[in-house]
Design a protein. Structure first.
Length: 155
């Protein structure tokens, strides 16, 4: 199974996030990026919203990968939000989204940005991992699933 330990940190993962709408997601993501990564909340929210205007980043089955490029980053960073209740996200299959993996990349991180998107996509193709994410109720449990630590603990 693909693990995402190179993209996320415990501080960038949130369980049971309550959002009223897709629009509220952008503010929440900006706040998380500010508190966990030291980025400007408004800048992150605006960059994610600008990318979303090009087309929805929800790719179906209740999952989305909003992403943006920002100045001042020293590598690709990820954030993950598990929503308490799914929200409409204009997905191709019209299903609301409850699992959101955000990617933030430096402006000049062309290949690294694409590799990270592919890595997240591979992870989300694992139906068992997705089911475990949906069943998890704590940030710690979600982080363990995303990083593969749960399998080491079980061994």
């Amino acid at each position: 199974m693909t693990n995402l330990a190179n993209l996320i940190y415990p501080a960038t993962v949130r369980a049971q996030v309550t959002l009223d709408s897709k629009r509220a997601f952008f503010t929440t993501a900006g706040q998380l990026a500010a508190s966990a990564l030291g980025l400007d909340a408004g800048e992150v929210a605006d960059a994610l919203l600008e990318r979303e205007r090009l087309g929805s980043t929800a790719f179906g089955r209740g999952m989305a990968t909003p992403h943006a490029r920002l100045a001042g980053l020293n590598g690709v960073k990820g954030m993950f939000l598990q929503l308490a209740r799914p929200v409409e996200f204009d997905a191709i299959d019209a299903l609301p989204v409850d699992l959101i993996f955000v990617l933030l990349s430096p402006i000049d991180a062309g290949a690294d940005h694409l590799k990270a998107l592919a890595q997240v996509s591979r992870f989300f193709r694992d139906d068992a991992a997705v089911a475990r994410l949906r069943g998890a109720r704590t940030t710690e449990a979600i982080y363990a699933i995303l990083t593969g630590e749960e399998t080491r603990d079980a061994a």
